[in-house]
Design a protein. Structure first.
Ligand code: DGJ
Length: 688
């Protein structure tokens, strides 16, 4: 039983493997949050006691921890929904109108007491994944238009003492910087207003009560939305902290015509007493099993860092040959193959093959790539157009703009108004034609500037991304084997909205292996390593100018879905040989890396080690990194995780082997000793 219902007390419980979430309808007819925490087997002892203030100064409606507060009445905390009726009544007054439930879903029906306006709160239980999912559906059943000024997808409540909030901050080349701050008395707001992407904050919340990596209470949720989201954490004066996530109400307004409904993006959310590691496992397992395509991601070669915009058929064929020799399974040609695209200044929108660079079209390159036994992939940036392009000359009105203003340029490009049906159709047909004409197995879908001058309709921020998702889904329906990667100036589209439709994401344009260690670690808290594209690139790195040995660069990139982005035409024989060995090794451990559980291990030594472990069934692999050796140059004893206590394991280092029990490896630990700068090792641990 995953949905518990007590009709008499008007209480509802959502049970996962180890948690319980309880809500109910109270004496005022408000849908009240009751409990979120460890699993109980029944609702028997839960009560819906009336809420009283100490004096009449405190209004019960403002004190009630509502599941979905609306704007209206004596409510002064954050609300989730604000609508304007056509007679300019700008408040909602809802009443509970019943529920429907089946094995996995509970829907609480609410309706306005006067206007024909409905709100359905949907709860989905993913019991075996220890995860819940929520979304809201609103419906205008009146005969007039209703304006929706704000619609957040859900509100949650967490007991307020000793709470920390975590999210990402960052910018281009510096994504997924996890930060953690104490929740005190002021609101915490985190959001994106850029329309396309966000490197800066991310649509998830983590609230923990002094949790560690492996213990403690963690409440978390992640919104399935790319683009303009907002989240707020508000400690209330009444002993709990509320948290909301949803579409950003910044410059937002949605018109609901008579009879029209709107479903806001869903939030997956969960609770654990097992610390951040458990939170990550819950999210990763759900993403791998219920969202991402099952197959293992291929080892790719991408020529962007090697050749930039200067792509030429003969040189790409040479690169493809070297990539295949190493063991790459997919060759991706990045920006520059189309239109008059010789730099950032021109060509976006003109998705025809550049005849100077490819005199005989793409066919010779694709043929060569396929003859090497690889798949073929291509870069596009379909939501954009260059002023200097045929497409813009034909359709200057297709971009976001105002007639009376100069058009905003960023990265020398404009954003197409994808909310327009004709633009949406153009993009769909362009991609469909590319995939129908050529044997393309992989698309890297980029988006390199934010939206401005969004036009008259304030729902475009959302309609834009809704249409992008729709195009991707339709393309996948028609071309079911094609993998599609989401990219936005590096890691600007890392979110569960993107992962609901795309197959993986480009993590960051920062490919410096040392920087990547922390970017990848940040990524791993919320997002699965299977979706994390990671490349081995040249040294010194183009951003950091840091020189890092090839082995270390490979080891870091092997922690996600491996790619090579170096100029392999410049590799010497030793580098080619090493690359070949490491790609072969990656293929061996790939099922663990992409489909196993990921552990961030504690470095208990006084050295700068970083340890990460993957476990799947009877196998585990440990990645050990020592970016810089320092006094007193010691090894580390590292406690492994996720092994079987009662089994023996063979531990294979690069130059020796030991046998230990799972119990020993997890309680006493494994001795690892690296010496030097940018030292690294992959250690394999197999059940005997
Ligand atoms: C930004 C991406 O993050 C890069 O990997 C590359 O594809 C460039 N765009 C191409 O313009």
């Amino acid at each position: 039983m995953t949905i518990l219902v007590d009709i008499e007390k008007q209480l509802f419980g959502l049970q996962t493997k180890s948690s319980l979430y309880v809500l109910g309808v109270d004496q005022l007819g408000l849908v009240r949050h009751v409990y979120w925490g460890e699993r109980l087997e029944s609702l028997e002892y839960f009560e819906m006691n009336p809420i009283h203030g100490i004096t009449s100064n405190e209004r019960p409606i403002d004190m009630t921890p509502e599941e979905y507060p609306v704007f209206g009445g004596l409510r002064y905390k954050e609300h989730c929904l604000k609508v304007n009726f056509s007679d300019m009544t700008r408040e909602l007054v809802y009443r509970y109108a019943g529920f429907t439930a089946n094995d996995e879903t509970l829907v609480i029906h609410l309706e306005d007491v006067y206007y024909d306006f409905k709100i359905d709160l949907h709860y989905v239980v993913h019991e075996e994944y220890d995860l819940l999912e929520r979304f809201v559906r609103i419906k205008n059943d009146s005969t007039d238009v209703v304006e929706v000024e704000k619609i957040h997808s859900a509100q949650f409540h967490v007991p307020s003492e000793n709470l920390n909030f975590s999210n990402y901050h960052g910018h281009w080349g510096c994504e997924a910087r996890l930060y953690r701050e104490k929740v005190e008395f002021s609101k915490i707001v985190f959001e994106n207003r850029r329309g396309i992407s966000t490197h800066h904050h991310n649509p998830f919340f983590v609230l923990d009560k002094q949790a560690t990596e492996t213990s403690g209470e963690v409440y978390f949720g992640a919104l399935k939305l790319t683009g303009n989201f907002s989240g707020v954490v508000e400690p209330t004066p009444y002993g709990e902290t509320l948290v909301q996530l949803g579409i950003n109400s910044h410059d937002f307004c949605l018109s609901l015509e008579a009879g029209e409904e709107f479903v806001a993006p869903a939030i997956i959310y969960g609770y654990t007493t097992g610390g951040f590691e458990k939170m990550s496992h819950i999210l990763h397992r759900f993403a791998r099993s219920k969202m991402l395509r099952e197959e293992l991601r291929p080892v790719l070669y991408n020529s962007w860092e090697a050749t930039g915009f200067n792509v030429r058929c003969d040189e790409q064929i040479k690169l493809a040959h070297r990539a295949a020799l190493m063991g790459a399974e997919l060759f991706v040609i990045d920006d520059g193959w189309f239109g008059q695209r010789h730099g950032e200044e021109a060509g976006l929108g003109d998705w025809y093959v550049n005849p100077e660079k490819f005199p005989e079209g793409l066919a010779p390159l694709i043929k060569a790539v396929k003859a090497e036994g690889m798949k073929f992939g291509i870069w596009i940036e379909p939501e954009m157009v260059s002023p200097n392009s045929w497409l813009y000359q034909q359709h200057p009105d297709w971009i976001y703009h105002y007639e009376t203003r100069d058009n905003d340029l960023a990265r020398h490009q404009y954003v197409l108004n994808v909310a327009k049906p004709e633009v949406k159709q153009f993009i769909y047909e362009m991609i469909d034609e590319l995939l129908t004409t050529y044997e393309i197995d992989y698309i890297k879908w980029d988006a390199n500037r934010p939206i401005t001058q969004a036009g008259a309709k304030k729902d475009v921020w959302y309609r834009h991304i809704e249409n992008v998702y729709d195009i991707v889904r339709r393309i996948k329906d028609r071309h079911p084997t094609v993998l599609i990667e989401a990219c936005a100036s590096g890691g600007g589209r890392i979110d569960y909205g993107a992962l609901s439709v795309f197959d993986d994401v480009w993590t960051s344009d920062n490919t410096d292996a040392y920087d990547r260690l922390s970017i990848q670690k940040g990524f791993s808290y919320i997002y699965p390593t299977k979706a994390m594209r990671a490349w081995v690139t040249d040294s010194p790195n183009f951003i950091s100018r840091r020189e890092i040995p090839l082995l270390f660069r490979f080891h870091v990139a092997m922690m996600g879905s491996l790619g090579i982005g170096a100029n392999v035409l410049e590799f010497n024989e030793d580098e080619m040989e090493l690359s070949k060995e490491l790609i072969a090794e990656y293929k061996e451990i790939r099922p663990l890396i992409q489909d196993g559980d990921f552990y961030r291990l504690e470095n208990s030594s006084n050295q700068d080690y970083q340890f990460y472990q993957y476990v799947k069934d009877d196998e585990a692999v440990l990645f050990a990194f020592l970016p810089k050796t320092q006094l007193p140059h010691r090894g580390a004893r590292i406690k492994l995780r996720g092994l079987d206590r009662f089994s023996a394991y063979e531990v294979q280092f690069s130059n020796h082997q030991v046998k230990k029990s799972g119990d020993y490896l997890m309680k006493v630990g494994l001795d690892v000793f690296l010496l030097g700068d940018y030292e690294s090792e992959i250690i394999k641990i197999n059940k005997i």
